[in-house]
Write a protein that binds this ligand. Structure first.
Ligand SMILES: Nc1ncnc2c1ncn2[C@@H]1O[C@H](COP(=O)(O)OP(=O)(O)O)[C@@H](O)[C@H]1O
Ligand SMILES: [Mg+2]
Length: 308
Protein backbone atom coordinates (compact mmCIF):
# COMPACT_ATOMS: atom_id res chain seq x y z
CA UNK A 1 0.00 0.00 0.00
CA UNK A 2 1.41 3.41 -0.87
CA UNK A 3 2.20 5.77 1.95
CA UNK A 4 -0.54 8.26 1.02
CA UNK A 5 -3.16 5.54 0.82
CA UNK A 6 -2.24 4.18 4.22
CA UNK A 7 -2.26 7.70 5.66
CA UNK A 8 -5.70 8.22 4.19
CA UNK A 9 -6.91 4.95 5.66
CA UNK A 10 -5.47 5.99 9.01
CA UNK A 11 -7.17 9.40 8.87
CA UNK A 12 -10.48 7.82 7.92
CA UNK A 13 -10.27 5.28 10.72
CA UNK A 14 -9.50 8.02 13.23
CA UNK A 15 -12.42 10.06 12.01
CA UNK A 16 -14.75 7.07 12.31
CA UNK A 17 -13.39 6.32 15.74
CA UNK A 18 -13.82 9.89 16.95
CA UNK A 19 -17.35 10.10 15.48
CA UNK A 20 -18.24 6.90 17.24
CA UNK A 21 -16.78 8.15 20.50
CA UNK A 22 -18.62 11.43 20.16
CA UNK A 23 -21.93 9.59 19.69
CA UNK A 24 -21.27 7.23 22.58
CA UNK A 25 -20.24 10.21 24.69
CA UNK A 26 -23.49 12.02 23.98
CA UNK A 27 -25.54 8.95 24.80
CA UNK A 28 -23.58 8.36 27.99
CA UNK A 29 -24.08 11.96 29.10
CA UNK A 30 -27.81 11.61 28.44
CA UNK A 31 -28.06 8.33 30.32
CA UNK A 32 -26.07 9.73 33.24
CA UNK A 33 -28.44 12.68 33.37
CA UNK A 34 -31.50 10.41 33.30
CA UNK A 35 -30.16 8.20 36.09
CA UNK A 36 -29.60 11.21 38.33
CA UNK A 37 -33.28 11.87 39.02
CA UNK A 38 -34.32 8.39 40.20
CA UNK A 39 -31.10 8.15 42.23
CA UNK A 40 -32.10 11.36 43.95
CA UNK A 41 -35.49 10.13 45.07
CA UNK A 42 -34.31 6.64 45.94
CA UNK A 43 -31.69 8.32 48.17
CA UNK A 44 -34.26 10.63 49.75
CA UNK A 45 -36.63 7.73 50.42
CA UNK A 46 -33.89 5.56 51.86
CA UNK A 47 -32.91 8.39 54.20
CA UNK A 48 -36.55 8.70 55.23
CA UNK A 49 -36.77 4.95 55.95
CA UNK A 50 -33.72 5.23 58.18
CA UNK A 51 -35.25 7.85 60.49
CA UNK A 52 -38.74 6.38 60.32
CA UNK A 53 -37.41 3.00 61.37
CA UNK A 54 -35.67 4.47 64.42
CA UNK A 55 -38.98 6.01 65.56
CA UNK A 56 -40.86 2.80 64.87
CA UNK A 57 -38.40 0.77 66.92
CA UNK A 58 -38.93 2.99 69.95
CA UNK A 59 -42.70 2.48 69.87
CA UNK A 60 -42.28 -1.22 69.21
CA UNK A 61 -39.90 -1.64 72.16
CA UNK A 62 -42.30 0.17 74.46
CA UNK A 63 -45.24 -1.90 73.22
CA UNK A 64 -43.47 -5.21 73.59
CA UNK A 65 -42.44 -4.33 77.17
CA UNK A 66 -46.04 -3.41 78.10
CA UNK A 67 -47.47 -6.48 76.40
CA UNK A 68 -44.94 -8.74 78.13
CA UNK A 69 -45.75 -7.38 81.60
CA UNK A 70 -49.52 -7.58 81.02
CA UNK A 71 -49.23 -11.15 79.73
CA UNK A 72 -47.38 -12.12 82.86
CA UNK A 73 -50.44 -11.22 84.95
CA UNK A 74 -52.98 -13.84 85.83
CA UNK A 75 -56.01 -14.18 83.50
CA UNK A 76 -54.29 -12.27 80.73
CA UNK A 77 -56.65 -12.30 77.74
CA UNK A 78 -55.65 -14.70 74.90
CA UNK A 79 -55.07 -11.91 72.31
CA UNK A 80 -52.35 -10.49 74.55
CA UNK A 81 -50.70 -13.89 74.77
CA UNK A 82 -50.86 -14.20 70.97
CA UNK A 83 -49.20 -10.81 70.64
CA UNK A 84 -46.36 -11.81 72.98
CA UNK A 85 -45.86 -14.93 70.91
CA UNK A 86 -45.76 -12.85 67.72
CA UNK A 87 -43.13 -10.53 69.16
CA UNK A 88 -41.07 -13.58 70.06
CA UNK A 89 -41.29 -15.26 66.64
CA UNK A 90 -40.65 -12.15 64.57
CA UNK A 91 -37.14 -11.98 66.09
CA UNK A 92 -37.29 -8.31 66.89
CA UNK A 93 -33.67 -8.16 68.09
CA UNK A 94 -32.42 -9.53 64.82
CA UNK A 95 -34.56 -7.15 62.74
CA UNK A 96 -33.51 -4.09 64.69
CA UNK A 97 -29.90 -4.86 63.84
CA UNK A 98 -30.34 -6.05 60.28
CA UNK A 99 -32.71 -3.35 58.99
CA UNK A 100 -30.36 -0.42 59.70
CA UNK A 101 -27.53 -2.45 58.18
CA UNK A 102 -29.56 -3.08 55.03
CA UNK A 103 -30.38 0.61 54.84
CA UNK A 104 -26.72 1.59 55.33
CA UNK A 105 -25.66 -0.80 52.57
CA UNK A 106 -28.27 0.68 50.25
CA UNK A 107 -27.01 4.19 51.00
CA UNK A 108 -23.50 3.00 50.24
CA UNK A 109 -24.58 1.49 46.93
CA UNK A 110 -26.45 4.65 46.01
CA UNK A 111 -23.41 6.74 46.75
CA UNK A 112 -21.32 4.55 44.46
CA UNK A 113 -23.87 4.89 41.67
CA UNK A 114 -23.81 8.67 42.12
CA UNK A 115 -20.02 8.72 41.89
CA UNK A 116 -20.10 6.66 38.69
CA UNK A 117 -22.86 8.80 37.19
CA UNK A 118 -21.05 12.03 37.90
CA UNK A 119 -17.81 10.56 36.51
CA UNK A 120 -19.71 9.54 33.36
CA UNK A 121 -21.10 13.05 33.00
CA UNK A 122 -17.63 14.45 33.47
CA UNK A 123 -16.04 12.01 31.07
CA UNK A 124 -18.55 12.58 28.31
CA UNK A 125 -18.83 16.32 28.81
CA UNK A 126 -19.27 17.82 25.32
CA UNK A 127 -15.83 18.55 23.98
CA UNK A 128 -14.82 22.16 23.85
CA UNK A 129 -13.11 23.11 20.62
CA UNK A 130 -10.58 25.10 22.60
CA UNK A 131 -8.20 23.86 25.22
CA UNK A 132 -9.38 24.41 28.76
CA UNK A 133 -7.34 24.47 31.94
CA UNK A 134 -7.70 20.88 33.10
CA UNK A 135 -6.96 19.30 36.44
CA UNK A 136 -4.98 16.21 35.52
CA UNK A 137 -5.84 14.46 38.78
CA UNK A 138 -9.58 14.98 38.24
CA UNK A 139 -9.27 13.63 34.70
CA UNK A 140 -7.42 10.54 35.98
CA UNK A 141 -9.95 9.82 38.75
CA UNK A 142 -12.88 10.26 36.36
CA UNK A 143 -11.33 7.88 33.85
CA UNK A 144 -10.41 5.31 36.49
CA UNK A 145 -14.05 5.35 37.65
CA UNK A 146 -15.67 4.98 34.25
CA UNK A 147 -13.17 2.34 33.18
CA UNK A 148 -13.51 0.29 36.37
CA UNK A 149 -15.04 -2.63 34.52
CA UNK A 150 -11.95 -2.82 32.31
CA UNK A 151 -9.43 -3.24 35.13
CA UNK A 152 -11.15 -4.43 38.30
CA UNK A 153 -10.95 -8.14 37.50
CA UNK A 154 -7.21 -8.12 36.85
CA UNK A 155 -5.70 -5.28 38.84
CA UNK A 156 -5.70 -2.89 41.74
CA UNK A 157 -5.14 0.73 40.79
CA UNK A 158 -2.96 2.92 42.92
CA UNK A 159 -2.56 6.65 42.41
CA UNK A 160 0.41 8.75 43.46
CA UNK A 161 -0.36 12.35 42.70
CA UNK A 162 2.13 15.17 43.02
CA UNK A 163 0.21 18.05 44.59
CA UNK A 164 2.49 20.54 42.84
CA UNK A 165 1.12 19.56 39.40
CA UNK A 166 -0.87 22.56 38.07
CA UNK A 167 -3.86 22.47 35.74
CA UNK A 168 -2.72 22.37 32.14
CA UNK A 169 -4.35 23.56 28.91
CA UNK A 170 -6.04 20.50 27.43
CA UNK A 171 -8.72 19.17 25.13
CA UNK A 172 -10.27 17.39 28.04
CA UNK A 173 -12.14 14.65 26.21
CA UNK A 174 -9.11 13.77 24.20
CA UNK A 175 -6.94 13.66 27.29
CA UNK A 176 -9.49 11.36 28.97
CA UNK A 177 -9.28 9.14 25.91
CA UNK A 178 -5.49 8.91 26.20
CA UNK A 179 -5.68 7.98 29.88
CA UNK A 180 -8.38 5.42 29.10
CA UNK A 181 -6.32 3.82 26.33
CA UNK A 182 -3.27 3.54 28.59
CA UNK A 183 -5.30 2.00 31.44
CA UNK A 184 -6.98 -0.51 29.12
CA UNK A 185 -3.61 -1.50 27.65
CA UNK A 186 -2.16 -1.91 31.14
CA UNK A 187 -5.10 -4.12 32.17
CA UNK A 188 -4.73 -6.24 29.02
CA UNK A 189 -0.98 -6.67 29.63
CA UNK A 190 -1.64 -7.76 33.20
CA UNK A 191 -4.34 -10.19 32.08
CA UNK A 192 -1.87 -11.63 29.58
CA UNK A 193 0.78 -12.19 32.25
CA UNK A 194 -1.68 -13.61 34.79
CA UNK A 195 -3.21 -16.11 32.38
CA UNK A 196 -5.70 -18.25 34.29
CA UNK A 197 -4.35 -17.37 37.71
CA UNK A 198 -6.81 -15.65 39.98
CA UNK A 199 -4.29 -13.23 41.46
CA UNK A 200 -4.22 -9.57 40.54
CA UNK A 201 -1.67 -7.17 39.18
CA UNK A 202 -1.16 -3.53 39.92
CA UNK A 203 -1.51 -0.38 37.86
CA UNK A 204 0.12 2.68 39.35
CA UNK A 205 -0.84 6.05 37.97
CA UNK A 206 1.36 8.90 39.07
CA UNK A 207 2.02 12.52 38.17
CA UNK A 208 5.01 14.80 38.46
CA UNK A 209 5.96 18.35 37.61
CA UNK A 210 9.01 19.23 35.54
CA UNK A 211 10.09 22.61 34.29
CA UNK A 212 7.45 23.62 31.76
CA UNK A 213 5.85 20.17 31.67
CA UNK A 214 3.64 17.87 33.69
CA UNK A 215 4.13 14.15 33.48
CA UNK A 216 1.55 11.40 33.74
CA UNK A 217 2.81 7.85 34.21
CA UNK A 218 0.84 4.66 33.84
CA UNK A 219 2.85 1.77 35.20
CA UNK A 220 1.74 -1.86 35.02
CA UNK A 221 3.21 -5.17 36.09
CA UNK A 222 1.96 -6.90 32.97
CA UNK A 223 3.57 -8.96 30.24
CA UNK A 224 5.78 -6.16 28.93
CA UNK A 225 6.56 -5.14 25.36
CA UNK A 226 8.99 -7.44 23.50
CA UNK A 227 11.85 -5.61 21.79
CA UNK A 228 10.69 -7.03 18.45
CA UNK A 229 7.43 -5.06 18.50
CA UNK A 230 8.59 -1.96 20.43
CA UNK A 231 9.11 0.14 17.32
CA UNK A 232 5.66 -0.60 15.92
CA UNK A 233 3.28 -0.12 18.86
CA UNK A 234 2.30 3.43 17.83
CA UNK A 235 1.54 2.36 14.27
CA UNK A 236 -2.15 2.61 13.39
CA UNK A 237 -3.76 -0.85 13.38
CA UNK A 238 -0.72 -2.51 14.94
CA UNK A 239 -1.96 -4.96 17.54
CA UNK A 240 -0.72 -8.16 19.12
CA UNK A 241 -4.19 -8.93 20.48
CA UNK A 242 -6.83 -11.25 19.06
CA UNK A 243 -9.61 -9.80 16.92
CA UNK A 244 -12.30 -8.32 19.11
CA UNK A 245 -9.87 -7.37 21.86
CA UNK A 246 -7.47 -5.10 20.04
CA UNK A 247 -7.95 -2.63 17.22
CA UNK A 248 -4.42 -1.28 17.21
CA UNK A 249 -5.81 2.23 17.50
CA UNK A 250 -5.21 3.05 21.16
CA UNK A 251 -1.60 4.17 21.08
CA UNK A 252 -1.84 5.70 17.64
CA UNK A 253 -4.66 7.92 18.88
CA UNK A 254 -2.84 8.59 22.16
CA UNK A 255 0.27 9.65 20.27
CA UNK A 256 -1.55 12.01 17.93
CA UNK A 257 -3.52 13.56 20.79
CA UNK A 258 -0.44 14.07 22.94
CA UNK A 259 2.09 15.05 20.30
CA UNK A 260 0.12 16.73 17.53
CA UNK A 261 -2.76 18.24 19.49
CA UNK A 262 -0.98 19.19 22.69
CA UNK A 263 2.68 19.55 21.76
CA UNK A 264 3.62 16.96 24.35
CA UNK A 265 5.53 13.71 24.22
CA UNK A 266 4.85 10.05 24.89
CA UNK A 267 7.38 7.31 25.55
CA UNK A 268 7.61 4.05 27.41
CA UNK A 269 9.98 1.81 29.26
CA UNK A 270 9.32 -1.89 29.38
CA UNK A 271 10.82 -5.07 30.76
CA UNK A 272 9.30 -8.13 29.09
CA UNK A 273 7.80 -10.35 31.75
CA UNK A 274 7.89 -7.63 34.41
CA UNK A 275 5.88 -4.67 33.17
CA UNK A 276 5.68 -1.42 31.30
CA UNK A 277 5.47 2.24 32.13
CA UNK A 278 4.09 4.85 29.75
CA UNK A 279 5.16 8.47 30.28
CA UNK A 280 3.04 11.27 28.87
CA UNK A 281 4.29 14.84 29.11
CA UNK A 282 2.16 17.88 28.46
CA UNK A 283 3.34 21.50 28.39
CA UNK A 284 2.12 23.73 31.21
CA UNK A 285 0.23 26.94 30.43
CA UNK A 286 3.38 28.97 31.06
CA UNK A 287 5.36 26.86 28.60
CA UNK A 288 2.74 26.87 25.84
CA UNK A 289 1.97 30.58 26.46
CA UNK A 290 5.64 31.42 25.96
CA UNK A 291 5.67 29.45 22.76
CA UNK A 292 2.69 31.40 21.41
CA UNK A 293 4.17 34.77 22.39
CA UNK A 294 7.43 34.09 20.68
CA UNK A 295 5.54 32.79 17.68
CA UNK A 296 7.32 29.46 17.75
CA UNK A 297 5.79 26.01 17.80
CA UNK A 298 5.62 23.64 20.77
CA UNK A 299 8.92 22.56 22.31
CA UNK A 300 10.57 19.68 20.43
CA UNK A 301 9.98 16.14 21.66
CA UNK A 302 12.58 14.56 23.86
CA UNK A 303 14.04 11.66 21.96
CA UNK A 304 13.90 8.80 24.39
CA UNK A 305 13.25 5.07 24.26
CA UNK A 306 10.05 4.49 22.37
CA UNK A 307 9.33 8.20 21.85
CA UNK A 308 7.66 9.10 18.60
N1 LIG B 1 1.02 -1.59 28.73
C1 LIG B 1 1.34 -2.43 27.74
N2 LIG B 1 1.97 -3.61 28.02
C2 LIG B 1 2.31 -4.46 27.01
N3 LIG B 1 2.07 -4.23 25.70
C3 LIG B 1 1.44 -3.08 25.38
C4 LIG B 1 1.05 -2.13 26.36
N4 LIG B 1 0.46 -1.10 25.73
C5 LIG B 1 0.48 -1.39 24.43
N5 LIG B 1 1.06 -2.58 24.20
C6 LIG B 1 1.30 -3.22 22.89
O1 LIG B 1 1.06 -2.27 21.88
C7 LIG B 1 0.08 -2.76 20.96
C8 LIG B 1 -0.74 -1.61 20.41
O2 LIG B 1 -1.51 -1.01 21.43
P1 LIG B 1 -2.81 -0.20 21.02
O3 LIG B 1 -2.44 0.80 19.98
O4 LIG B 1 -3.46 0.32 22.25
O5 LIG B 1 -3.71 -1.28 20.31
P2 LIG B 1 -4.51 -2.50 20.95
O6 LIG B 1 -4.54 -2.31 22.44
O7 LIG B 1 -5.85 -2.41 20.35
O8 LIG B 1 -3.74 -3.72 20.55
C9 LIG B 1 -0.71 -3.77 21.76
O9 LIG B 1 -1.33 -4.72 20.93
C10 LIG B 1 0.37 -4.39 22.63
O10 LIG B 1 1.08 -5.37 21.93
MG1 LIG C 1 -5.18 -0.53 23.34
Amino acid sequence: MSRTLSELRHAQAQLLESNKLEAIGQLAAGVAHEINTPIQYVSDNTGFLETAFQQLVQVLDETSRVVASLTAEEHAPPPLRDLTEKFRTMRLDWLREEIPRAIAESMDGLERVSTIVSAMKDFSHPSAAEKEMTDLHDAIMTTVTVARHEWKYVAEIETQFDAAVPSVPCLRNELNQVILNLIVNAAHAIAERLGDSSSKGRITISTALFSGEVELRVQDDGAGIPAAVASRIYDPFFTTKPVGKGTGQGLSIARSVVVERHGGSIRFESTPGAGTCFFVRLPTAAASGEAVERGVSMPPLALTVGAR
